[in-house]
Design a protein around this ligand. Structure first.
Ligand code: HEC
Length: 134
């Protein structure tokens, strides 16, 4: 393949994956709307992301950054396993937020661990509004 054609192919692929990502978040927004949410707020999402929650059993302070780190453009480190977690900001990690099931799975786990309960549709929509802006 000559380089011009390769260039066009890569460009086309990146456009396709960019629209797939936009779709996963808009699909979830559509679901959250059916659950009664009318507006999504990136600033409320950011506030939730940065809020410190106290675990009722261990009295340990937890927040979303406990594993994802303070700078979402950089890799995080899992609080208990020590494993590296790729950056959350799509500006540096275009693979983020491309699969609705993956997003919901991790919301469920991470909200339970961090907040001690599941996140509401409003909270999830707000957090995604924040994350997609990064
Ligand atoms: C105990 C560690 C931990 C904490 C705390 C944590 N996360 Fe995560 N999170 C992970 C891991 C591990 C993954 C999956 C690996 C990956 O996507 O890189 C993940 C993935 C995600 C994803 C999926 C991203 C995608 O590309 O689909 C979302 C959304 C998410 N977390 C949101 C949150 C929110 C919101 C909080 C705070 C309420 C939070 N996380 C706190 C460990 C954590």
């Amino acid at each position: 393949m000559n380089s011009r054609i390769t260039g066009i192919a890569i460009f086309t692929l990146s456009m396709i994956s960019a629209s797939a990502q936009a779709d996963a978040i808009s699909e979830l927004e559509a679901v959250y709307r059916t659950q009664g949410v009318s507006q999504f707020s990136a600033s409320s999402g950011e506030a939730l992301w940065k809020n410190d929650f106290v675990d009722s059993k261990s009295a340990e302070t937890r927040n979303c950054g406990s594993c994802h780190g303070a700078d979402l453009a950089r890799a995080g480190k899992h609080n208990t396993t020590g494993k590296t977690i790729e950056p959350m900001a799509r500006s540096v990690n275009p693979e983020r937020y491309s699969d609705t099931r993956k997003i919901e799975k991790w919301f469920l786990r991470n909200c339970k661990w961090t907040l001690g309960r599941e996140c509401s549709a409003q909270e999830k929509g707000d957090v995604l509004a924040y994350l997609k802006s990064l």
